[in-house]
Each structure stands twice: as structure tokens, then as C-alpha cells.
Design a protein around this ligand. Structure first.
Ligand code: UD1
Length: 429
């Protein structure tokens, strides 16, 4: 990657745009969700285990995806895009170094570690560093790779890994980490031994990665929180269509609960949002779910409810912030318990600036519903916190100006277009 590539990505990420909304605003109509960012990222990393061409369809246009494709280019791939299709093929041998400049911009770039290990490479991957929503260590990734025979040294901000002795192993994850499950599953494809991973993450995006690895030729048996993987020495190519983004869909479902709304959200896997749908029904929403849509209508008065985030199929931590924004204007008290990340309440301060009544006690936010929020200048501190502010902007009276929108562009393709289509007064400046 040359400096102009890096500057181009930095420019997109540092885009100065503010997002503005004028509320209160009910939403009406239909929205079609795009492909899943969190499914595409590990799949792109996994393309490194094959020399053959991979065609990945339904890829959203997002900064995080651009960063991952730049990383793949550095690691020897040629990547091209035609609308929402990415073509990935081998151009040169992998140099085996994932540089800090890119890894620091995208935590998920740590997923190339498993893929490079699968190729028995000696590799050097920059540590992703801290993250605003918590410490987010990678100890579970490294412990698993060590068990698979990799020699690991952490020094100078890099993980140095020698995977020449990679072998199958039985590994029980300390926590069902999504990233660690994905990294270890990809690494396991690098050996013809059998690897068994227990206590794995069961998020649908993990399943999607398993399907992709199978399409390349890996033998994978997945049942509940256990997966067994048998790799091979050479892999084929693949033509793979990625699932739709359930978190993007969930955000629109929550937006559809704003007073007076009637919204149909179309996407491939509505059953993945059962935990959210159950909670919104408790709040009084009327929800009809089909095989490829969720249709939500709001009640006259939304009741508050409690949620506790948990690994899938529990309530998704990625929807905690948008849900909290909704609860800030509902009837009564709602308790929001965040159990997956230790510091995922950065949006609370911003919601309070708009008039929300929220008190934090360790990992619980106590939200006392207020009659109305008021538009204010606020900042998106992280991706889902940014989505929460968009929901708050729909609920609030007056204009909400959201800055630091680079976080929002990382995860929501054409969010302005989608909300406009649903009748929101939303624009960028
Ligand atoms: C992925 C998702 C993110 C989602 C999260 C949980 C992607 C690109 N991102 O992130 O949107 O919020 O899953 O559903 O798919 N942990 C450790 N040690 C480790 C790994 C994780 O302690 O080695 C902890 C983390 O600090 C965190 C928790 O485990 O508190 C969950 O992290 P993890 O499931 O790994 O999330 P990510 O894969 O980073």
C-alpha cells in the first residue's frame, strides 16, 4: 500500500460530515438491508487460505471493508469491486506482516492472524490496541493458537507468530468470543488434523464463516457451541453470497418503534433478531415476522422494559445503545445490563445532553423514561453509539447535530438514504 492509499482511507474515515435530523419524526415504509459487515470481514480474511479466486457477493460499501481489502492487498491479494461484489485472487506471495497503520484502524484485521497461521507462515501482526468500548484483549485468540502449536512472542506492539508447527488441537474457549472463534476456525483449516473448538461463539456471522470455509473445501461439523474442523493442504475458490446485516436490520426495527411509525424491514434472517422482537413486543409494539421481513407498528405509548446483553442468541450487545435511546422516551424505568463489553455506555452522556434521564451503576444503566428529548449537538463515540443518536434524533424535538460520524459510516451503508426513504428529515453537512 502506498501513502496515497492510506491517505484515501484516512480521508474517508476522518470525513468531517455531521449528520443532522429534525424530529420528532415517525417512520413509514419499507427498507431493504444490505450485506453483513461482521460476516464479510472474517470471510475476507479467510480468502487468504486459498490461492484460487473468490467472488464474494452482497458486500456493503463501508470504510471497515475498505480497510480490510487494503490489508488483503498488502498480504498479496488482488481485490476488485463491481457494485456489491468483491473479487479476491492471489497476486503475489504473502509478506506475512500486517502493519500497524491498518490494524489500528480496524480491530477485525486481527482476523488475518488465523489465516496467515493456516498458511504455516511466520507472521507479524500489529496488536489492534485498546478500543473505546472496552479493553478488548486478544488473549483467547493467542491461547488457542498456542495450543495449535504456534510459537508466539508479543513485543514492540506486534504479535510475532511462527506457525510452521501448526497442528490440530482440542480447545475450550474461556469466553465465546466471536473474533477468537473465527480466528481459530480459520487457523484450523491449515492442518489436516482434526481441531475441536468448544464454547464457541454461536453468532450467525460465525456460522456464515463456517459455510464459506466449507465452500472452499474445509470439513466442518458444527453443533451447538462445539465445532470440529479438518483442513486440507489446498483449497479451491468460491462464489459466495453473504447474509444480510442483522444489526443494521435491528437498528431499523428499533427505529420503527418510534411513536407513530409503521415500518417493514426486509432482510434474509429475521429469526436472528428474536431476542429484540421479544423485547419490543413487551414494550407494546405490534410485530409481524415473515421469512424475509419484520414489520413493526408502534403503540400509542411505549412501555419501558429491561434488557441484558449476552452472546447469541441473547440480546445483541450491538443493539444495546440504539435500544437504550428508544427506552429513554418510554414509560417507566428500564434497566439495561451490558455483560459483553465492560465500557459500552459512552452514548449515555450524549443521550443525557438531549434530556435523557440515565444513571450508570457499574454494568447497569438505569433509564427513567422522559416525556421528550430535545435536539442538541452530540458526538458519535463509537459505531452503535452513533446509531443510538440517530434514534434519539428521531425522538427529539428540534434539530440534532451528530458529529464524529466517521464511526457511523463504518457500519451503516447509506444510512441517510434509508432513513430519508422512511420519511425522516435527515441530511449531512
Ligand atoms: C464482534 C463484533 C462486534 C460485537 C462483538 C460481540 C465483528 C467485526 N465485531 O467483536 O460488533 O459487538 O463481536 O458480539 O464481528 N475478549 C477477551 N479476550 C479475547 C477476545 C475477546 O477478553 O481474546 C472479550 C472482549 O474484551 C469483549 C468480549 O470478549 O469484552 C466479546 O468480544 P468478542 O466476542 O471477541 O468481540 P469481537 O470479535 O471483537
Amino acid at each position: 500500500m502506498n501513502n496515497s492509499d492510506l491517505n484515501r482511507i484516512k480521508h474517508t474515515i476522518n470525513s468531517p460530515d455531521s449528520l443532522l435530523l429534525k424530529g420528532p419524526c415517525a417512520l413509514n415504509g419499507t427498507v431493504r438491508v444490505s450485506g453483513s459487515k461482521n460476516a464479510v470481514l472474517p470471510i475476507l480474511a479467510a480468502t487468504l487460505i486459498t490461492d484460487k479466486k473468490c467472488t464474494i457477493r452482497n458486500v456493503p460499501e463501508l470504510t471497515d471493508i475498505s480497510i480490510m481489502t487494503e490489508l488483503l492487498k498488502i498480504l498479496g491479494k488482488k481485490v476488485s469491486r463491481e457494485e456489491n461484489v468483491l473479487y479476491v485472487e492471489k497476486e503475489k506471495d504473502t509478506p506475512g506482516v500486517a502493519p500497524y497503520e491498518l490494524v489500528r484502524m480496524l480491530r477485525a484485521s486481527i482476523l488475518v492472524m488465523g489465516a496467515l497461521a493456516a498458511g504455516r507462515n511466520s507472521l507479524k501482526v500489529a496488536l489492534p490496541g485498546g478500543c473505546l468500548i472496552g479493553e478488548r484483549p486478544i488473549d483467547i485468540h493467542l491461547k488457542g493458537l498456542k495450543k495449535m502449536g504456534a510459537e508466539i512472542k508479543v513485543s514492540g506492539g506486534f504479535v510475532e507468530l511462527n506457525a510452521s508447527g501448526l497442528k490440530g488441537a482440542e480447545i475450550t474457549l474461556d469466553f465465546p468470543s466471536v473474533g477468537a472463534t473465527e480466528n481459530l476456525a480459520i487457523a484450523a483449516c491449515g492442518t489436516t488434523d482434526k481441531t475441536v473448538l468448544e464454547n464457541i461463539a454461536c453468532e450467525p456471522e460465525v456460522d456464515e464463516l463456517f459455510s464459506f470455509l466449507k465452500s472452499l473445501g474445509a470439513k466442518i461439523k458444527h453443533s451447538g457451541s462445539t465445532v470440529s474442523i479438518k483442513g486440507r493442504s489446498r483449497y479451491g475458490g468460491s462464489d459466495f453470497t453473504v447474509m444480510d446485516d442483522r444489526i443494521q436490520a435491528g437498528t431499523y426495527v428499533i427505529a420503527g418503534a418510534v411513536k407513530g411509525s409503521d415500518v417493514r424491514i426486509e432482510f434474509s434472517s429475521p429469526e436472528t433478531l428474536d431476542a429484540l422482537v421479544e423485547k419490543l413486543c413487551e414494550c407494546g409494539c405490534r410485530i409481524d415476522t415473515g421469512s424475509d421481513y419484520i414489520h413493526i407498528k408502534t403503540p400509542e405509548k411505549l412501555k419501558g422494559t429491561d434488557i441484558r446483553t449476552a452472546p447469541y442468541p441473547g440480546f445483541p450487545t450491538d443493539l444495546q445503545a440504539p435500544f437504550m435511546a428508544l427506552m429513554s422516551c418510554s414509560e417507566g424505568v428500564s434497566l439495561i445490563n451490558e455483560t459483553v463489553f465492560e465500557n459500552r455506555f459512552l452514548h449515555c452522556g450524549e443521550l443525557k445532553r438531549m434530556g435523557a434521564d440515565i444513571e450508570i451503576k457499574k454494568d447497569i444503566a438505569i433509564v427513567q423514561g422522559v416525556e421528550k428529548l430535545t435536539g442538541a449537538p452530540v458526538a458519535a463515540k463509537d459505531l452503535r453509539g452513533g446509531a443510538a443518536l440517530v434514534i434519539a434524533g428521531l425522538l427529539a424535538e428540534g434539530v440534532t447535530r451528530i458529529s464524529e460520524t466517521e464511526h457511523i459510516w463504518r457500519g451503516y451503508e447509506d444510512i441517510v438514504g434509508h432513513f430519508k426513504k422512511l420519511g425522516a428529515e435527515i441530511w449531512t453537512e
